[in-house]
Design a protein around this ligand. Sequence first.
Ligand code: ZN
Length: 197
Amino acid sequence: MKTIICHHCDMVSKVPKLKAGYAAKCIRCGRVIAKNSLCDPSGILALCIAALILLIPAFYFPLISIHLLGITEGANLLQGALMMTSNAPIVSFVVLFCAVIAPTLLILTITFSSACLTFNYHPPYLPKILKITRILIHWSMLEVYMVSLMVAIFKLMTYADLYLGAGFYFFGALLMLNMTILSNYNNHDYWERYIHG
Ligand SMILES: [Zn+2]
């Protein structure tokens, strides 16, 4: 059994060794204080490499194509965000940051820290990478983008013919992979592996 302090309410709890896939919750606030992921860093590294490969077609290929008044116009995620720069630069930057920059950086930092722990390489700047990863988790909002895209698709369907592009399917696959990585990634566990590794 090890003693863990809850990051949310400072409750001190004793946590037994957890089975793979199980999580321990704080008895006071109910937040997860420890979990034993199904994937170790090497498994997460494999998922991250797959996600990095998917990032390119998900951002490059058109998400949707709109057919209106005899003209068909397609746009990918980057074009969609950049189109708004002249009218709404702040919105454009937030979309670009939360849907492109933060998810890409998050996957890159998790890939790097997973590779370090898998190959038992402990560089002095790894703690900084782990800190950045913890911040980026809150800013990566691929699922929010997907929900807003679905809403836009359903709204536009009544006015024009819409066709889903290859980018939409790649983006869907990336979203699933991203969710799997984040549900298995445990920043606290990575710190412990770095310190005791
Ligand atoms: Zn708590």
